[in-house]
Design a protein around this ligand. Structure first.
Ligand SMILES: Cc1ncc(C[n+]2csc(CCOP(=O)(O)OP(=O)(O)O)c2C)c(N)n1
Ligand SMILES: [Mg+2]
Length: 654
């Protein structure tokens, strides 16, 4: 084919990898008239498969465009591929899912290390673009280093493991396939109902292959993030159900935050007097101190929210996926006639618990509902009950944050209670600072106790509750918003899973504050194990005792403070509440480009946060030789009998 040299070029010759990078640099998202780059950059770890493909393309981009932010896709070197996906998730969540990162990994283990991150992103409905590298599409050099080589299926690679974890998956085996893969990926990343991990697998030979691309592939593209409007009939039905309610309760989920619906929720609650319980992702939907704010609901809920949940006749879920923690494994709602109204941008979630589905953006639906409910409000007795329940719970939090002498006197020298640590961080940080956590005993305690004072100040990853998320995600949050300090609360177990990204924070001079809570093992799973009759088996970090042959010897001579120091972090070790207060102030004053700070504190795991007696369904062995297990099974059956199917249809005249 010949080209008339007088005509502008209609194609541009680039490798597939160069085309990917140029395309990504030109994608934008837009909502409410605000436009931003969809990709802040690309995290990566190079090896064969991407070093000469995507790696070469990123180098070319850095050399050509590093001073032109509109054209540049900055590269950040991570330390662990799972971690870099966590960093991207932390970033995207802090940005209300309007911006994210791409992640490139080498063939084989580099790519499969991203699988856990992919699952976490999909479960939490957070957009991330994963670019695992693949073995030769041509297979001429097969089997290559790190190739799976299944005898029964020549086209299967380890990257097929991304399929069930991704909301969109494509493998580009020929350059011609790239445009549709890229456009499909962008569509899903920017669709609030569909979003999650998006994977484009790129075989190593294809990445390096040159092709004549139509220039319009690289034209700047704006992806409008939708705010679907509710159907009028759904709002009318929802309003009719809510009007019939005497004891309604809102359960706010992450969708409230992602939609920016906090003000609309507040207006709805103030007009109607309906109280709010919050899931982990929805915590902070109303600020602490608002009269309708009842805090956490479900297995890790407050006594206030859970008391109201137990009595509620209508439950209005807003942007929640109704996980078992939110429903206390379907025991939270005990009214036999309870009905659900579910506002959700995803039809899948809106239909849960046989609820009346209002498929819509949370902000838009709440605004429409407030109008449709004009003149309706709960009665004074119900408002008074909310206030009394909250006052009781708030007093319990206060005494957990500042335990009385009879509790502190029992603590060994140098140890604090976990709630004391949480209280100090909560009280000494700025209202806009972000608290971050993911796994262990702290997410539950933080859910219950934390006083959230800003809509973006609470970040507990509890869809996948992945140990190791904390340190890398803190970097993502700080990169997303450096006007806030980020306090990552991490247990010793979680820290040991993934301290690696402290090095990345050092490299990029990212200020994050990691509060490392040392209790020598799995306090969470230890107490869960005990409650299920399994006697804390195998949950403490202890020497194997020579006499017993069991892991019940002395605590291990492990120095995690020294470990963090060795990775380049500024480490502060504290042994008292006063020292902890000083450490938090020092961390607050630490320079914005000073890299990571780690506060190391030891706690006594035997002092628990205030209980709300809510249940979580974890099956107990039906037969056992152990009395502890037999007793736990008896208790399990009692709880099980309070579990409800939540299947009643949502008719208004019920
Ligand atoms: C990657 C991963 N593996 C295992 C688990 C199961 N799990 C949940 S909490 C926990 C222990 C966490 O220990 P630590 O971080 O020290 O917190 P603590 O329970 O002591 O508060 C484990 C093993 C998990 N959530 N994530
Ligand atoms: Mg621990």
């Amino acid at each position: 084919m010949t080209r008339d040299d007088q005509q502008p070029a209609t194609t541009v010759r680039l490798t597939v990898a160069q085309a990917v990078v140029r395309f990504l640099a030109n994608q934008w998202s837009e909502r409410d008239g605000q436009r931003q780059k969809l990709f802040a950059g690309c995290f990566g770890i190079f090896g064969h498969g991407n070093v000469a493909g995507i790696g070469q393309a990123l180098l070319q981009s850095e050399l050509a465009h590093s001073h032109d932010s509109d054209q540049h896709l900055p590269y950040v070197l991570a330390r662990n591929e799972q971690a870099m996906v966590h960093t991207a998730v932390g970033y995207a969540r802090q940005k209300d899912r309007l911006q994210t990162w791409a992640c490139t990994a080498s063939i084989g283990p580099g790519s499969t290390n991203m699988l856990t991150g992919a699952a976490l992103a999909t479960i939490n409905r957070i957009p991330v673009l994963l670019l695992p590298s693949g073995t030769f599409a041509t297979r001429v050099s097969a089997p290559v280093l790190q190739e799976l080589e299944q005898p029964h299926a020549g086209d299967v690679t380890v990257n097929d493991a991304f399929r069930p974890l991704s909301k969109f998956f494509d493998r580009v085996s020929r350059p011609e396939q790239l445009p549709s893969a890229l456009l499909g990926a962008m569509r899903v990343l920017t669709d609030p109902a569909e979003t999650g991990a998006v994977t484009i697998a790129l075989p190593q030979d294809v990445q390096a292959e040159a092709f004549d691309w139509p220039v319009e592939l690289f034209a700047p593209r704006v992806w409008r993030v939708a705010r679907p409007l509710p159907e009028a009939v759904d709002i009318a039905d929802a309003a009719e159900i809510i009007r019939s309610a005497k004891r309604p309760l809102v359960v706010a989920g992450g969708g409230v935050h992602y939609s920016g619906a906090e003000d609309a929720l507040r207006a709805f609650c103030e007009a109607t007097g309906i109280p709010v319980g919050e899931s982990q992702a929805g915590k902070g939907s109303l600020p602490h101190g608002h009269p309708q704010e009842m805090g956490a609901v479900g297995s890790t809920g407050t006594t206030a929210a859970n008391a109201l949940a137990a009595e509620a006749d209508v439950v209005i879920g807003i942007g929640t996926r109704w996980s078992d923690f939110t429903t206390a494994s379907r025991t939270a709602f005990q009214d036999t006639d309870v009905r659900f109204v579910n506002v959700n941008v995803a039809r899948f979630d809106a239909g849960k618990h046989a609820g009346l589905s209002v498929v819509a953006d949370a902000r838009e639906a709440l605004t429409a509902l407030t109008t449709a409910l004009e003149g309706y409000a709960v009665d004074d007795a119900y408002r008074e009950r909310q206030a009394a329940l909250w006052a009781e719970w708030d007093a319990a939090v206060e005494s957990a944050f500042h335990p009385p002498a009879d509790v502190t006197d029992r603590l060994a020298e140098g140890l604090l209670t976990q709630a004391q640590v949480l209280g100090a961080v909560n009280e000494l940080t700025d209202p806009r600072d972000v608290v971050l956590c993911a796994a262990g005993s702290m997410p539950g305690d933080i859910h219950k106790l934390w006083r959230v004072r800003d809509r973006k100040a609470y970040h507990v990853e509890y869809g996948y509750s992945c140990m190791g998320y904390e340190v890398p995600a803190s970097i993502g949050i700080r990169l997303a918003d450096d006007s806030r300090d980020v306090f990552a609360m991490v247990g010793d177990g979680g820290y040991l899973m993934m301290p690696t990204e402290l090095v990345t924070a050092v490299q990029e001079r990212v200020k994050v504050v990691v509060v490392l809570v040392q209790n020598h093992g799995f306090h969470s799973i230890g107490s869960l194990s005990e409650s299920l009759g399994s006697q804390r088996f195998g949950t403490a970090y202890r020497f194997r005792d020579a006499a017993s042959g069991r892991l019940d010897g002395d605590v291990l001579p492990v120095d995690l403070a020294a470990n963090a120091r060795s990775l380049g972090a500024h480490v502060i070790e504290v042994h008292s509440v006063d020292e902890l207060h000083q450490a938090i102030k020092e961390a607050k004053a630490w320079p914005a480009d000073g890299g990571p700070v780690v506060i190391h504190v030891e706690t006594d795991p035997r002092v628990y946060a205030p209980d709300s007696a809510a249940w979580w369904d974890v099956p107990v062995s039906q037969v056992s030789q152990l009395e502890s297990t037999q007793a736990a099974y008896g208790e399990y059956l009692e709880h099980k009998s309070t579990q409800r199917p939540l299947l009643a249809p949502p008719s208004a005249d019920h």
